[in-house]
Design a protein around this ligand. Structure first.
Ligand code: FES
Ligand code: FES
Length: 154
């Protein structure tokens, strides 16, 4: 049975097991591999995408549950090769260490800033619960503040 949704503003239709997690549909069937697999139990956040604007862990999310939804992935953040504010701030603060968790972190940060344009450290800690085994949480906080500033500057 075909399941339809919007992926980065493009309509897509996939004929897969409805129970297949969205992460694997996007990576394996639709070829966007920017979103990573970490734990597979919705605990680490590596697989975070936006589902109708909400940061969502997709490794346990059946694709059938996103029929008709708007899905946004890390691939959609830059426009014509120009980094968006979060990506620019991440670069300025050299946030990643190994980088594995970063796609999910960035998508969580992007969703937070869409909801809360000027978050406090407490807001950041509450909203970005992604796990980083390299422990770069201080740089994440600094970069989110910088991204908020860049967004204000337009
Ligand atoms: S891979 Fe989905 S939360 Fe860890
Ligand atoms: S940068 Fe290595 S896991 Fe986060």
């Amino acid at each position: 049975m075909a399941i339809n949704f919007l992926l980065n503003e493009q309509p897509v239709s996939v004929d897969v097991d409805p129970a297949m997690p969205l992460l694997w549909v996007v990576r394996e069937k639709l070829g966007l591999t920017g979103t990573k697999f970490g734990c597979g139990i919705a605990a680490c956040g590596a697989c975070t995408m936006h589902v109708d604007g909400t940061a969502t862990r997709t490794c346990m999310l059946p694709v059938s549950s996103v029929a008709g939804a708007q899905i946004r992935t890390i691939e959609a953040l830059a426009t014509d090769g120009a980094l968006n504010a979060v990506q620019q701030a991440w670069l300025e603060h050299q946030v990643p260490q190994c980088g594995y968790c970063q796609s999910g972190m960035i998508m969580a940060a992007e969703a937070l800033l869409n909801e809360t344009p000027d978050p406090t450290d407490a807001d950041i800690d509450a909203a970005i619960t992604n796990i980083c085994r390299c422990g770069i949480y201080d740089r994440v906080r600094a970069a989110v503040h910088r991204a908020a500033q860049l967004r204000k500057e337009g």
